[in-house]
Design a protein around this ligand. Sequence first.
Ligand code: GRF
Length: 190
Amino acid sequence: MKNIAIFASGAGSNARKIIDHFRHSGLAKVTLILSNKAEAGIFRIAEEEQIPAVLIDKEAFFRGDRYVKLLQDAKTDLVVLAGFLWKVPANLIAAFPGHIINIHPALLPKFGGKGMYGHFVHEAVLAAGETESGITIHYVNEKYDDGGVILQERCAISPDDTPETLARKVQVLEHQWFPLIVERLLTSES
Ligand code: GRF
């Protein structure tokens, strides 16, 4: 059985999909949830699912090995960033080489980088007059939204799309693909 740790800062809808996907799989389960936001919806999900959840201390996250140790003690096989808004420190990346992935709600390398999250992404995509958007699932390195791409999936943009309608189209792709890619990565290495 593989152990998945999820980092999330927001509502946690992607985390929810991953938890549900593996619930009866016998292959893996979400064993740890970490968030930098006390009021994040992810904590309610963790409580409902009885998954240990940790509020991250900023100082300890960026200096020292507290969270590396926590993830190692939990025998984490894959770290999944699902709407996590802090940059991952170098020591954590070094401790899990090739085993930290992120999902971004646009087609990288466009519309990524610091400050490009949530509605800011969809607003920028529409302002640029793009005819398509989508999702990028990628490995995490020390820069925002920069690691090797694992999967991109696309959706068409129509002239009447707003940031909200585009966000919904992209979210459908996220929920459809993220759990499958997590599964693919976990099975390809066993
Ligand atoms: C998703 O759009 C993800 O791509 C982005 O943050 C959002 C998280 O949504 N990085 P949720 O918290 O999983 O609902």
